[in-house]
Design a protein around this ligand. Structure first.
Ligand code: SF4
Length: 152
């Protein structure tokens, strides 16, 4: 049995910014024999529902910026991620929600400060911490497309 850290919204938890339930039934079926450890940095830090955020390339680096207030929301998310991986040092695999500025592994959108789209293959802030820890990391859609070889 693998220990898998997984975006809680993929399990159907009510933690998305707009409080919309998005359970990934196919993914859950593929993972039913595994030990799942859910996380949601945005819900922990900012509650649900909450204003959406985007990754912005600033002079100080890539930041998660509120689409409502333009506040930099990055630090609490990064702190949550560091704490999560400290509490769970033996994770085999990180599965993140595609396109999320926090959880996306290689699918988050990155904008300039003028809100021009720079990239659609950026890593989210929590997924970045998983990579720093050396944890194998995948977007959920990527996992579903290739899961057989991963869990064998
Ligand atoms: S993508 Fe990540 S931050 Fe967004 S709701 Fe899902 S678990 Fe929470």
């Amino acid at each position: 049995m693998k220990k898998i850290a997984i975006s809680a919204c993929l399990l159907g938890n009510n933690c998305r910014y707009n409080a919309e339930i998005k359970k990934d039934i196919l993914l859950m079926d593929l993972l039913k024999e595994e030990h799942l450890i859910p996380f949601c940095p945005e819900d922990f830090c900012y509650g649900t529902p909450r204003p959406s955020m985007d990754l912005i390339e600033t002079k100080q680096g890539i930041k998660a910026i509120s689409n409502l207030t333009s506040a930099d929301l990055s630090q609490p998310i990064i702190a949550y991620a560091k704490s999560f991986f400290h509490m769970h040092p033996d994770i085999d695999l990180f599965i993140g929600k595609d396109r999320s500025p926090s959880c996306g592994v290689c699918s988050a959108k990155l904008y300039s400060t003028d809100r021009e789209l720079i990239s659609t293959s950026e890593v989210g802030l929590m997924a970045k911490e998983a990579k720093i820890q050396g944890i194998k990391s995948m977007d959920a859609e990527q996992f579903v497309a290739s899961y057989k070889g991963i869990l064998e």
